[in-house]
Write a protein that binds this ligand. Structure first.
Ligand code: FAD
Ligand code: NAI
Length: 466
């Protein structure tokens, strides 16, 4: 009997889509080329990076904060192999969780490379053994993304690494040169800086984290510099010479000019990611892609070929696990005849450094560019009781509200636990809240979330603790 839905790829987009489709009564199969389920996110992305960020943050605290809090432990030491094992166990638990959920939801799984040979026909080619063909009413492409490379710089995943190699280094590099001050560069740069590396970040643009609110990024850069990360902005790496014991990176001003050489033990290439469609057979099918190679879909995630849909990193939009998940749910509901929908105006974005950065909605720059009048309410963590007592006073909350209607248009947080705090803002925005609504909501004391309430009060120039 043919399937109702075959999903190619088991990352957060694909596995969530398969589960939602099964919940809706569909007969579902998932095709995954890798040995484990969970895609980039669970195997070499969100989960292992957050495990190392968590462990290295505690290591840092043990070195600096414990003493101030009167905690005496023996000499702090690093067992990198044990830290990597801790990370790997976290990954294993998560990928096994996906396998469990597939079984629980009676989803058939096929290991091998999936290729769409015709609408409704997916060929699965395993590493060994026989190729088989699955028949399905609908096919969802959820094949994700892969590391973007720089011409002339070969990634060997040992000394010149992508994020994947940077998650498995067996030695703390004396000096780590990071190319790209985006999310990966700053998160993994933070991990290795905390574990003892000297970290230099080379960024092409004149700012870090392009796309994020400028004020947030300026303050964040200062905080990272204070932690010991050095930045070379408006610069590019044009070559990495791997001939000697140490790597030699050629760094030039972005606009051209005199080059300098920076020696490093490891170079991390973190200049973005691109859609992954290799081997899917899209050319033969005539599935449209855009200039960046992303599969083009309409508002219902349908490609130009009937019965073929696409979601997640392989289509346009932010390359985030939760965006892929929400699209997975939406497309499953659409295929089932329901009204699946993703609100792209309210997708939170979190950088899991210390402090964290979290944002949802528009930045000041975007509002200015759109000509929308807005009021700003800001509150620093230095004035928050819990932050003070926890010694976590770095950063602030900024709320941007429509000047006429007071509707919340954007929320930006730099601070400890910002990633958890942004959820409140997302819910408020999803319900079309005004800053007044947040300001009048009772927030527990003493919590960092009181800073969100105070920022909302500050929109009307009436914060209490400032
Ligand atoms: P993927 O997770 O890439 O999954 C695609 C799957 O498809 C893979 O398993 C692949 O093997 C499989 N596949 C591809 N082609 C075929 C084929 N032809 N046949 C069979 N299988 C195929 N996002 C966040 O939101 N928060 C984070 O903290 C975060 N941290 C990250 C850290 C790092 C280091 C990286 C690299 C990424 C991080 N991301 C994070 C981004 C996140 O991982 C991606 O946005 C997310 O994984 C995209 O999900 P997806 O389902 O579209 O694709
Ligand atoms: P990115 O797009 O976030 O950042 C890449 C950076 O490299 C940019 O600042 C860009 O200007 C710079 N750059 C590009 N070419 C360059 C060059 N030649 N020289 C110097 N700098 C150059 O990409 P990144 O960090 O690789 O992450 C990829 C994706 O993974 C992101 O889109 C992100 O959404 C996702 N991700 C999300 C995380 C999270 O949500 N916490 C964590 C890690 C990754």
């Amino acid at each position: 009997m043919p399937y109702d839905l075959v999903v190619i790829g088991s990352g957060p987009g694909g596995y969530v889509c398969a589960i939602r489709a099964a919940q809706l009564g569909m007969k579902v199969a998932v095709v995954e080329k890798d040995k484990t389920f969970g895609g980039t996110c669970l195997n070499v992305g969100c989960i292992p990076s957050k495990a190392l960020l968590h462990a290295s943050e505690l290591y840092e605290e043990a070195g600096h904060l414990f003493g101030r809090m009167g905690i005496k432990v023996g000499q702090r030491g690093l067992d990198l192999a044990a830290m990597m094992k801790f990370k790997d166990e976290g990954v294993e638990g998560n990928v096994k969780g996906v396998a469990f959920l597939f079984k629980k939801n009676k989803i058939d799984t096929f290991q091998g490379v999936g290729r769409i040979v015709a609408p409704g026909k997916v060929e699965v080619k395993p590493a060994e053994g026989k190729t088989e063909t699955l028949e399905s009413k609908a096919v969802v492409i959820a094949t994700g993304s892969d590391v973007a490379r720089l011409p002339g710089i070969d990634i060997d995943e040992k000394r010149v690494v992508s994020s994947t190699g940077a998650l498995v280094l067996d030695k703390v590099p004396e000096r780590l040169l990071v190319i790209g001050a985006g999310v990966i560069g700053l998160e993994l740069g933070s991990v290795w800086r905390r574990l003892g590396s000297e970290v230099i970040v080379v960024e092409f643009l004149d700012r870090i984290l392009p796309g994020m609110d400028n004020e947030v990024c300026r303050q964040f850069q200062r905080l990272l510099e204070r932690q010991g990360i050095a930045f070379k902005l408006s610069s590019k790496v044009t070559a990495v010479d791997a001939a000697g014991n140490r790597l030699k990176a050629t760094v030039e001003p972005a606009a051209g000019g005199t080059a300098e050489t920076i020696a490093a033990d490891v170079v991390l290439v973190a200049v973005g990611r691109g859609p992954f469609t290799e081997g899917l057979g899209l050319e033969a099918l005539g599935v449209n892609r855009d200039g960046k190679g992303r599969v083009v879909v309409d508002a219902r995630f349908a490609t130009n070929v009937p019965g073929i849909y696409a979601i997640g990193d392989v289509i346009a939009g932010p390359m985030l696990a939760h965006k892929a998940e929400d699209e997975g749910v939406a497309v499953a509901e659409i295929v089932a005849g329901q009204a699946g929908h993703v609100n792209y105006d309210v997708i939170p974005n979190v950088v899991y450094t210390y402090p964290e950065i979290a944002s949802v909605g528009k930045s000041e720059e975007e509002l200015k560019a759109d000509g929308i009048g807005y009021a700003v309410g800001k509150f620093p963590f230095t004035a928050n009781g819990r932050a003070k007592v926890n010694l976590q006073t770095e950063g602030f909350v900024k709320i941007l509200a429509d000047a006429k209607t007071d509707r919340v248009l954007g929320v930006h947080i730099v601070g400890a636990d910002a990633g958890n705090m942004i959820a409140e803002a997302a819910v408020a925005m999803e319900f079309g809240a005004a800053s007044e609504d947040i300001a009048r909501t009772c927030h527990a004391h003493p919590t960092l979330t009181e800073a969100v309430k105070e920022a909302a009060l500050a929109v009307g120039k009436r914060s209490i603790h400032m």
